[in-house]
Write a protein that binds this ligand. Structure first.
Ligand code: GTP
Ligand code: MG
Length: 197
């Protein structure tokens, strides 16, 4: 899919502030700092569309970007950022879970998992929760440019095995890097397949 345009439509505090839309939405979720905003920029080839930071906790709102005037990419706040107050974490969790479970035009959740660290319980729990809620999701391993191929394969293989052990079946699993754009073509193709013809 060729990206002709990508622009910020809204930056919402919660589901209520998300403008109603008929365009199919694809939402990116994962631990703080996993690379959600960076991957959105890599997919759209717009360096500064979504704001990124080396410090976790950068994205604090539900940011909706309209792509090619025909579908929407959604950048969500990350989970598991320990430095946030418990109150703020609770607020994020409520807002993000309301968006994920109640947004009518949400087509697919992309659950991002860092390929450079051992499988994290929080990521597995999140996949379990999505499946329990009946939310369609895919897994995207990020930052594959960072370590050796064997380390990346080892971590992603362990996480896949855990998914399987819990009977979890993401629709798709992608390997990606925002830096080298690995996986960009496959992710965009998968999104394109889900757009109305
Ligand atoms: P929050 O908004 O805080 O939840 O984080 P996020 O998941 O949006 O992460 P973000 O895209 O801001 O990236 C976090 C850090 O990881 C930044 O320093 C990025 O440059 C770096 N990063 C993201 N993706 C990649 C990647 O594919 N490769 C490498 N080497 N670094 C990456
Ligand atoms: Mg972000």
């Amino acid at each position: 899919m060729k990206i002709e345009s990508a622009k910020l439509r809204a930056s919402a505090k919660g589901l209520e502030e998300c403008p109603s839309s008929n365009l199919p939405e694809f939402a990116f979720i994962g631990r703080s700092n996993v690379g959600k905003s960076s991957l959105i920029n890599a997919l759209t080839e717009c360096k500064e569309l979504a704001h990124t930071s080396s410090k976790p906790g950068k994205t604090q709102r539900i940011n909706l970007f309209t792509v090619n005037d025909s579908w929407t990419l959604v950048d969500l706040p990350g989970y598991g950022y320990a430095k946030l107050s418990r109150e703020k974490q609770g607020e994020f969790n409520r807002e993000v879970s309301a968006y994920l479970t109640e947004r009518e035009n949400l087509k697919q959740v992309m659950l991002l998992v860092d390929s450079q660290i051992e499988p994290q319980g929080g990521d597995l729990s999140f996949a379990l929760w999505l499946q329990e809620c009946g939310v369609p999701y895919s897994v995207v391993f990020t930052k594959t440019d960072r370590g050796s191929d064997s380390k990346t394969a080892n971590h992603s293989g362990q996480f896949r095995a855990e998914l399987e052990a819990y009977g979890l079946e993401p629709n798709k699993i992608f390997m990606s890097s925002a830096k080298t754009k690995k996986g960009r073509g496959q992710i965009l193709q998968w999104i394109e397949q889900q757009l109305p013809k």
